[in-house]
Design a protein around this ligand. Structure first.
Ligand SMILES: *Cc1c(COP(=O)(O)O)cnc(C)c1O
Length: 378
């Protein structure tokens, strides 16, 4: 891959990010010190939640949220059929079963009616996913009854129908990921936000072995009251996250500009359309710039299109293979064919390069290469 390769997403690290990390490395506390606390406070303030608890990844955040919500063996957790596998695996981590719900074939967002249809007396929670950065209305899902956990790995900085994503105005908890491909990064890191202090305390215990240190039994004393993990977010990672958070608005503004530029150019091409509608651009999280391509109508093969683009320095990706199609879930009795919306979305989706240091020339290069690729792949 040459210098000019455009991946579908990538991190932007400036000198001040490096300096922020170096300052922590030269200090006394490398993990769970004052920088983590500052990062948590800053994220809670940014999204308008009462608290935020940092953990070592978005996946750890989902696991911790399921634990804190009291989900366990015998429980069912409704999960969209289109998402990253971690959105479903978190139910398995706590011994519960994910129950997949179908998605809108044109947006990939989970369908309220299909979730309602899958409710049973065992349904303990619903994981909603703000896919690509488009928001689902958490209020409507909360009205169904079970605990709602928002997977906002794609939606840091997005605004939903009930306010900033992460404010948890109607959900119990919101989960973020700061993996390098996401909108802002810690290298590896995640965060849970919410408003119920009992959930916050459970999350804090869970990320540190279930240990409580405030117990009054002497200076050496600590008590393990529950089974937790080491899911701590280090101060080194938190320093990067805090520095990146200061740039989030700039990152988002640039992503909005690039999305608008893509929209204008794609308007002229038959059988391609952006997943995000123009009016949604202002409130979208813009993690992914996904388009729907009618490969069948064009008589083009997606794998060939992707290879053709890659050879010309343009990275694309498919988000996502329906989770019920994964061998692990097939073995548990699920079939992707039962999710018509998910299959229709999966067949057509392609994520194009989107990251803040792209230029408008880059966007033009991607769109013209894509039209050529579609013609070449017939
Ligand atoms: C990235 C992602 C996760 C997991 O986050 P990690 O930080 O990589 O563990 C969970 N859900 C969705 C939708 C994601 O895109």
């Amino acid at each position: 891959m040459g210098r000019d390769f455009l991946p579908y997403g990538r991190q932007i690290i400036d000198n001040d990010d490096v300096d922020a990390v170096a300052r922590v490395l030269r200090g006394d506390l490398l993990t769970t010190g004052p920088t983590l606390a500052r990062f948590e406070t800053a994220v809670a303030e940014r999204v308008g939640a009462s608290w935020a608890v940092g953990v070592s990844s978005g996946t750890a955040a989902l696991h911790a949220a399921c634990y804190a919500a009291g989900i366990g063996p015998g429980d069912e957790v409704i999960v969209p059929a289109i998402s990253f596998v971690a959105s479903a695996n978190c139910a398995r981590y706590v011994g519960a079963e994910p129950v997949f719900a179908d998605v809108d074939p044109d947006t990939g967002l989970v369908l309220l009616d299909d979730v309602r249809r899958r409710l049973t007396p065992k349904t303990k929670a619903i994981v909603v996913v703000h896919l690509t950065g488009a928001t689902v209305d958490a209020r409507a899902f909360a009205a169904l009854g079970p605990t709602v956990i928002e997977d906002a790995a794609h939606a840091v900085g997005a605004i939903g129908a009930d306010g900033p994503v992460g404010s948890c105005a109607s959900s119990a908890m919101t989960v973020f990921s700061f993996h390098p491909v996401k909108t802002m990064t810690c290298a590896e890191g995640g965060m849970i936000t919410g408003n119920d202090p009992l959930l916050r305390d459970r999350l804090r215990g869970f990320r540190h072995h279930g240990i409580v240190t405030e117990a009054d039994g002497g200076p050496w004393y600590y008590e393990q009251r529950e089974l937790g993990f080491n899911y701590r977010l280090s101060d080194v990672h938190a320093a990067l996250g805090l520095s990146q958070l200061g740039k989030l608005d700039r990152f988002l503004e640039r992503r909005r500009q690039l999305a608008r530029h893509y929209h204008g150019l794609l308007d002229d091409i038959d059988h391609i359309r952006p997943v995000t509608r123009e009016p949604e651009i202002a409130t979208h999280g813009h993690h992914l710039y996904s388009v729907l391509i009618d490969f069948e109508a064009l008589g083009a093969d997606r794998a060939r299109v992707m290879t053709w683009l890659r050879e010309r320095g343009i990275g694309t990706q498919v988000h996502y293979i329906p989770i019920p199609a994964q061998p692990y879930y097939r073995d548990r009795g699920w079939k992707a064919e039962d999710f018509g919306g998910a299959v229709a979305y999966y067949r057509r989706t392609l994520s194009l390069p989107m990251f803040p240091t792209m230029t408008t020339d880059d966007v033009e290069r991607v769109v013209s290469a894509l039209s050529e690729a579609l013609a070449a792949a017939r």
